[in-house]
Design a protein around this ligand. Sequence first.
Ligand code: NAG
Ligand code: NAG
Ligand code: NAG
Ligand code: NAG
Ligand code: NAG
Length: 458
Amino acid sequence: MVNAVQILATALAAVGVAAVATQNHLEALKDAPPGITYKLAKGMQSSSKWSYLPAKATKAAPHVQQLRAIRADRATSFNPRSAAAVLGAHQRHVGGFGYENITSTSAYGTQYAVDASFSGHQLSLIIDTGSSDTWAVQKNFHCVDYSGELLPQETCGFGEAYPENFQYGVTNPATHMYIQYGDGEVVTGPMGFSDVSVGNLTAEKQQVCLANTTYWYGNNKTSGLLGLAFPSLTNSYLGTGAQHDFGNQVQYSPLFTSLVGQGLVDPLFSIAIDRNASSGVLALGGIPPVTGLDKSRTAVLDMIITSVISLPETAYEYSFYTVIPDGWSWDQTTTTKKIPYIVDSGTTLNYLPTSVADAINAAFDPPAVFLWMYGAYFTSCDAFIPQVSVVLDGINFNISPVDLLYRGLVDPLTGLCMTAIADGGSGPYILGDAFMQNALVVFDIGEAKMRFIPRQRY
Ligand SMILES: *[C@@H]1O[C@H](CO)[C@@H](O)[C@H](O)[C@H]1NC(C)=O
Ligand SMILES: *[C@@H]1O[C@H](CO)[C@@H](O)[C@H](O)[C@H]1NC(C)=O
Ligand SMILES: *[C@@H]1O[C@H](CO)[C@@H](O)[C@H](O)[C@H]1NC(C)=O
Ligand SMILES: *[C@@H]1O[C@H](CO)[C@@H](O)[C@H](O)[C@H]1NC(C)=O
Ligand SMILES: CC(=O)N[C@H]1CO[C@H](CO)[C@@H](O)[C@@H]1O
């Protein structure tokens, strides 16, 4: 017998490629960079029925949770789970040219934390749209280095460890989570069940991990991570320790899938990032009550899933919500080449194809120049800023001039400031916070659509 949760899990797994590709945009999926696959996500309803959805998808969500930004504040630290970092690590691995230099731009990785609770105990968790498992570190965990050597717990940089055990005990049979994130971080520990609350919603008996061994670059504030990607990316394996190969994997219903399966929310969530990435809002089941939305102009795009093909020795499974814009326009110029872009709040800058990044940066006055040391473009801190927009579903999403030049990010040698338009090399490309600050992004998993509503606040 197939129950509703299974159907949902299958639908959310997004492994299917649509039978009919109706848009010429989808031609763009044929040219994936090495090590990357694109798949069109499959929704739960047939595509002929989605005409009623724009209204539904813009319904206000009562389940809103504030996000707090945690910025990397050291020259050598960055967010190893951002799309830029994951792809960079991967491309280094396969020998491609990609984002090698991003590690030195560090200060521009952003993480967002949300207040959640495990069986009523409040925890600050990083939200991650690229992975699916939800976990918190347990009290007596082992902090290790890349070789498994034991380090003092503080080295891993967690906030408060979760002091209790699983509310409903461990899974039967015993399983453990083993996840390796893009830049090498590893988290493992037993899996069990607890009530998990976020945004005033509680998933009962949610499968989670209480991590007992971690190789982790923490921020000293968060205790774990809340994964918002697909069930197919869950990393649970039979047994208590050593075996975590594909044959041992047992897929389970991750947090958001459970919230939907338990009838608590519609299958969509949305994220609004505030300017300067100081905070934001995660809304479950609808859209948050944020200001400046122009709901008359909602862009609706096919949801594409970009996966990093995992190599046996890396074993990371990361995947990203991706769309194909119509193109870019800046000043009097437009480009209409259709290319997939990952939408990622964990990446600060926008990463564009070299020719487009060059052209937009040349439109600053004085023109921005590429500094290899940072892998980014810099121009005078009082430069004239061009009008730049990304075109989504025929709608121009202007990127505010405030988001195009970081007046606070000054190269000490030249005194120049960094722009938000970076070179994405061979791709995939990224719409990061510099874009997301100008839109509300709706991840409509039920319909396999990404919806964007322009947002202006000045
Ligand atoms: C972590 O938990 C597993 C059970 O999943 C156990 O076998 C292992 O010994 C524990 N490791 C540590 C360091 O506590
Ligand atoms: C939580 O949800 C309940 C029921 O939906 C509602 O009455 C209550 O006001 C909500 N609380 C918050 C803090 O949003
Ligand atoms: C966390 O705190 C330790 C000291 O306990 C410090 O060395 C480290 O730099 C801090 N990490 C971050 C990301 O702030
Ligand atoms: C946000 O950015 C604007 C423009 O760069 C700046 O004027 C403002 O002070 C910033 N706010 C914060 C809190 O950093
Ligand atoms: C600091 C650093 O590693 N810079 C490198 C960035 O990437 C280019 C191209 O691969 C190298 O030439 C730089 O040395």
